[in-house]
Write a protein that binds this ligand. Structure first.
Ligand code: ARG
Length: 597
């Protein structure tokens, strides 16, 4: 406090301002500011934008201070004048901007500018926002291309819950960018090349056979891979043998490639099953093996640009001056590596798709890998290295352990998905035994619940998976939102008539409950932009919860079907907008909404 007292009002942070309003006002009064000195031009400058103001608006705890309030203190640092005076200037400016007559009144109280809305005009505007084509956001990405590299499981290994996360986040980003009008290219960078395939070939020849692999698929491949890891701890020759098989693969040796190709087919069958369940698809399955033969060109270019150096027989790009370990390009035995295949991949993508942005969705443990790759692209002189974006995410914890395929604590993502569907079906039998097509609805609910649970968490936060949280019909869950959608649909079905927005009396919608719902409806577009800018599907998931909660409150408090005709029609418009936006928003997460449940 003492410290704050000593500070000039304009040097305080917004938090200090809020917690010390009284003290600050005292200080301001002491500041001698000559009104004439105010440089009004400042406020017209670009840095004083509409969005900036919007973000700062607060909802006062007491309605007598308006529907919104703008703490003008924030601008004191920029404009070097007292908040009260700034508020006066902004007031005039906003008055001029309000051509639609949305504001009834503006009042300056101390450093705050309080805004009182003209509800009827505002409601019209809110409704209008909600029913714009594509909710008003279909043109943002015009003529721009985004590549999204996601899912990318590893051949011959199980599709684990980490891969489920990249698949769901990537798929949602695809829908979000698509909605904004971008051309989106979905790339599955399969882990289908690397030393591990040498290991698998050795393991297969020693401990397995055709029938076993055909019968058990990935499970068998995983079993022998784990066995290899254990055995090779004792027997170092195994590693050597594996390395030489991988070198053979790189050199195009037929026997090696035949086995590899077969393992890949076996794995793809299982991956496709998961993608089908999730409703996820890709434009290209160009995995690491696709870029293998493009690495020599990369090496040549790096050499020409004097970026390549030799280290213990390997070829590397030295990144010491950037505080990073060297980026390995070619290993001692002459083979390519994860890094060099990623470099070749991004050069190929740029040439092929001319992307404006290339996004990589992987676990955060790959942060350094992408920093290195992006750095090398920058050093190669490509200024588009700036448009390469790593979108990392946190862990999924199942009973508190991070599972690894090597330790044998294996969880298959597919098992979680089928279990979710099974449990959803049980719920349907309990709650609504007469439902049409229960299996199809169970699929939508079960899968939707898993997707929602994952995407509701902020990307970087770890996810604790528990069945109770996933499939509950209450709280922040997918089934809750789906249920709300079905409820809205059923009201519309019962209503039979479909009123037109221009024909209803919107002044009937100005009660607090309906009005709050309308505000949320009008904010849909903004949440799409925010989700895209932050690569954060959780923004949309949270939005659907806000919308559902507000709608359910409206449903319980406002009689819809039994209200007088005019009121009923006006309310039906609100129901209709809610269901439309809910379905659309869930679609952005990759979730389907059953019409009935
Ligand atoms: N296959 C890798 C893994 O499972 C992810 C690949 C991510 N994409 C990329 N271009 N490196 O960890």
């Amino acid at each position: 406090e003492g410290k704050i007292k000593g500070k000039k009002a304009k040097d305080l942070t917004i938090k200090e301002w809020k917690t010390n309003k009284g003290i600050v006002e005292e200080e301001i009064d002491k500041e001698e500011i000559d009104k004439e000195e105010i440089d009004k031009e400042e406020i017209d400058k670009e840095r004083f934008t509409k969005d900036q103001i919007k973000n700062l608006l607060e909802v006062p705890s007491n309605q007598i201070y308006g529907d919104y309030s703008l703490p003008c203190f924030y601008f004191t640092k920029i404009f070097k004048m007292a908040p009260k005076l700034i508020a006066e200037v902004i007031k005039e400016k906003i008055k001029m901007m309000d051509t639609e007559g949305i504001l009834k009144n503006l009042e300056v109280v101390n450093g705050f500018l309080n805004l009182y809305l003209n509800k009827e005009n505002h409601i019209k505007k809110l409704l209008f926002e909600g029913r714009k084509e594509d909710f008003g956001c279909g043109k943002a990405g015009l003529a721009q291309t985004v590549c999204i590299d996601y899912s990318s499981p590893n051949i011959a290994k199980n599709f684990h819950v980490g891969h489920l996360r990249t698949t769901l986040i990537g798929n949602s980003l695809y829908h979000i960018y698509k909605k904004l009008g971008y051309q989106v290219i979905r790339i599955n960078h399969l882990g289908d090349w690397g030393t591990q395939f040498g290991k698998l070939i050795v393991a297969y020849q020693k401990w397995s056979n055709k029938e076993a692999v055909e019968e058990k698929g990935i499970e068998e491949l995983l079993r022998i891979y784990i066995k290899f890891s254990k055995e090779s701890e004792q027997n170092l020759e195994l590693e050597e043998e594996a390395r030489s098989w991988f070198v053979k693969m790189e050199q195009g040796e037929k026997e090696a490639l035949t086995i590899w190709k077969w393992f890949k087919e076996i794995s793809m069958i299982e991956f496709e099953r998961i993608y089908d369940l999730l409703g996820v698809s890709f434009d290209y399955y160009t995995g690491e093996s696709f870029y293998m033969d493009k690495v020599p060109d990369l090496v040549r270019e790096l050499m020409e640009k004097h970026l390549l150096s030799e280290s213990e027989g390997a070829k590397i790009v030295d990144l010491n001056q950037f505080d990073m370990p060297p980026c390995m390009i070619i290993k001692k035995d002459g083979s390519s590596i994860y890094h060099s295949r990623d470099l070749a991949a991004v050069l190929y993508r740029k040439k092929q798709y001319q992307f404006d942005k290339c996004i990589y969705v992987t676990g955060q443990e790959q942060k350094l890998h992408f920093e290195q790759v992006f750095k090398v692209i920058e050093l190669m002189g490509y200024e588009w290295s700036q448009n390469l974006i790593h979108v990392p995410y946190g862990l999924v914890r199942l009973q508190g352990v991070k599972l690894s395929s090597r330790t044998g604590n294996i969880v298959y993502a597919e098992d979680i998905l089928t279990e979710a569907i099974k449990r959803a079906l049980e719920l349907i039998h309990q709650k609504n035994p007469n439902l049409d097509q229960p299996k199809e609805v169970a699929r939508k609910i079960g899968i939707g619940a898993i997707i929602f649970h994952d995407l509701f968490h902020q990307r970087m936060k770890d996810v604790d998976f528990s069945w109770e949280d996933v499939l509950s019909f209450e709280g922040t869950t997918g089934p809750y939102v789906q249920y709300t959608y079905a409820r809205a649909k059923s009201i519309l079905k019962k209503a039979e008539n479909k009123p037109k927005i221009d024909e209803v009396d919107v002044s009937l919608l100005s009660d607090v409950t309906t009005y709050s719902l309308l505000k949320i409806i009008s904010e849909y577009k903004e949440s799409i932009y925010e989700a895209a800018n932050r690569f954060e599907p959780s923004v949309i998931a949270r939005y659907t919860i806000l919308l559902s909660t507000a709608f359910n409150k409206f449903y319980h408090e406002c009689n819809i079907l039994n209200a007088d005709e005019n009121l009923r029609d006006a309310r039906l418009i609100v129901v209709d907008l809610t269901q439309e936006i809910t379905k659309d928003a869930m679609g952005l997460l990759g979730i389907e909404c059953p019409e009935e449940m």
